[in-house]
Design a protein around this ligand. Structure first.
Ligand SMILES: *[C@@H]1O[C@H](CO)[C@@H](O)[C@H](O)[C@H]1NC(C)=O
Ligand SMILES: *[C@@H]1O[C@H](CO)[C@@H](O)[C@H](O)[C@H]1NC(C)=O
Ligand SMILES: *[C@@H]1O[C@H](CO)[C@@H](O)[C@H](O)[C@H]1NC(C)=O
Ligand SMILES: *[C@@H]1O[C@H](CO)[C@@H](O)[C@H](O)[C@H]1NC(C)=O
Ligand SMILES: *[C@@H]1O[C@H](CO)[C@@H](O)[C@H](O)[C@H]1NC(C)=O
Ligand SMILES: *[C@@H]1O[C@H](CO)[C@@H](O)[C@H](O)[C@H]1NC(C)=O
Ligand SMILES: *[C@@H]1O[C@H](CO)[C@@H](O)[C@H](O)[C@H]1NC(C)=O
Ligand SMILES: *[C@@H]1O[C@H](CO)[C@@H](O)[C@H](O)[C@H]1NC(C)=O
Ligand SMILES: *[C@@H]1O[C@H](CO)[C@@H](O)[C@H](O)[C@H]1NC(C)=O
Ligand SMILES: *[C@@H]1O[C@H](CO)[C@@H](O)[C@H](O)[C@H]1NC(C)=O
Length: 360
């Protein structure tokens, strides 16, 4: 607990400050460094431990608002300037457990505008790792671009020996700047491995090798600042795009956890509290209790609430569950954004079932 508070304070007080006062526009003076023969990458900073490397602990205490530029961040990893010209934008400044769908929608709309600029080669998003896969999944489904989008974080704050942030950030920029990364959707990069946002999940709260994609596998790896991809660009089966360019607010969707003797009426309570859809983190491949299913059936047939059956196990394939919508490969937190975007698009329960079924 103290460790996370300390690392949170460390990054939030000090290390995101460098970004805060960057002005956004699109001329060369916005670049931290510029070399006409290099591609342009824009970094969107959301917060998280990754930002914790930029400076020593002494400097974190001494920071005053506006006294440091994004150059500090890049200066800590000088090799970045050999791969890309960097623009930086501070979007939020929080640990990723504090991020909301509103923050993620905002980020999406900023990225939509950025990838539309012909001079931008790729995007890097620096992010806390706890909910990183949720933001990455949302971007994968809402930013319809062939330009590389790389979401990166770190497991160790900069005060730690062998902090992973600097190398992760360098690698993320390298991947975003590379032509080899084009057409691969949103990617998650930590610990030298490149994964698809659609499948990659955080598997361990503490270890460096936490981001995994056990069933689908990784897209590639990076060694000596060179991305190596195992396959040519491909789109995950069942990936759909949602247009959120005009969306101002996303519908509430809640996740309920499955366990022995669960209270069936929590589902009803969630709907009474405003949920427009539910995702169940069911037992095994998606099991829910008989009394629970009765309540769920009522919500579906009487209140037209779409309910997605997913699994509390990390991997698995949830299909054919009662009257609900199976999530197939999607874990609850990713299925939640897929359901939220579907409801936002005005889709019927049948439409939503069809969309999830594309993975079948
Ligand atoms: C670049 O932006 C700066 C400040 O935003 C502005 O003063 C300058 O005129 C711009 N230069 C060009 C070439 O647009
Ligand atoms: C600009 O980038 C090119 C290609 O990486 C490199 O050869 C050149 O030395 C760089 N120029 C400067 C001034 O750093
Ligand atoms: C950047 O590239 C130049 C030319 O290859 C090299 O001398 C320099 O060491 C590189 N800088 C870093 C920080 O890797
Ligand atoms: C949206 O992004 C801008 C930075 O361009 C930031 O100032 C604003 O606070 C963000 N809003 C949300 C809700 O994240
Ligand atoms: C990088 O951005 C600058 C400024 O907009 C532009 O002149 C240059 O062509 C861009 N580089 C590439 C490779 O698109
Ligand atoms: C990447 O592709 C662009 C557009 O095809 C090309 O101009 C550029 O030279 C390529 N860069 C590298 C490093 O191959
Ligand atoms: C995504 O972009 C491609 C290529 O521009 C286009 O063909 C496709 O219709 C787009 N999909 C959506 C859902 O907008
Ligand atoms: C978003 O709004 C713009 C401007 O009103 C409109 O041209 C565009 O068609 C809208 N896009 C969608 C997907 O509704
Ligand atoms: C739907 O509502 C009706 C009327 O309130 C009720 O009798 C019925 O049991 C409900 N259906 C389910 C599946 O709960
Ligand atoms: C939703 O369902 C209706 C009726 O079957 C169909 O016409 C429409 O194309 C579906 N939309 C999507 C996005 O699947």
């Amino acid at each position: 607990m103290w460790r996370s508070i300390i690392s949170f304070l460390f990054f939030s007080v000090a290390l995101c400050q460098p970004f805060l006062f960057q002005k956004r526009s699109s001329n060369i003076s916005d670049f931290i460094s510029f070399n006409a023969s290099l591609p342009n990458v824009t970094i969107f900073a959301m917060g998280g431990t990754i930002a914790g490397y930029a400076s020593s602990s002494t400097e974190t205490v001494d920071y005053a608002a506006g006294s440091v530029g994004i150059a500090t961040l890049v200066d800590a990893v000088p090799a970045i300037k050999n791969f890309s010209n960097i623009r930086g934008v501070q979007v939020t400044n929080v640990g990723s457990e504090e991020l909301t769908p509103a923050n993620v929608l905002n980020l999406t709309q900023l990225i939509l505008a950025e990838v539309a600029k012909p001079d931008v080669h790729g995007i890097v998003v620096t992010h806390g790792t706890d909910s990183l896969e949720e933001t990455a999944m949302f971007l994968d489904m809402t930013v319809n671009t062939t330009k590389p989008i790389v979401v990166v974080g770190a497991m160790r704050p900069s005060t730690a020996i062998s902090a992973d942030g600097p190398m992760n950030l360098l690698n993320a920029v390298v991947v975003a700047a590379s032509n080899r990364s084009i057409g691969r959707g949103t990617m998650i990069l930590l610990n030298d491995r490149i994964g698809s946002a659609f499948y990659t999940t955080k598997t361990n709260g503490n270890m460096l090798d936490t981001f995994k994609s056990y069933e689908a596998g990784f897209l590639g790896m990076i060694l000596d600042q060179r991305p190596h991809f195992f396959y040519s660009p491909a789109t995950p089966t069942g990936k759909v795009h949602f247009d959120v360019s005009n969306t101002t607010e996303l519908p509430a969707v809640e996740i309920l956890y499955g366990y022995q003797g669960l209270n069936p009426n929590l589902a009803k309570a969630a709907v009474d509290l405003g949920a427009k859809g539910l995702v169940l983190a069911g037992m095994g491949a998606a099991s829910w209790t008989d009394p629970g299913n009765e309540v769920i059936d009522g919500l579906i047939s009487n209140q037209s609430i779409p309910v997605v059956y997913s699994h509390r196990t990390m991997d698995g394939f949830s299909d054919y569950y009662y009257n609900g919508i199976p999530s197939y490969f999607q874990n609850p937190q990713k299925a939640r954004y897929m359901l939220m975007l579907s409801i936002n698009a005005g889709y019927s329960i049948q439409n939503i079932t069809d969309i999830f079924s594309l993975e079948y």
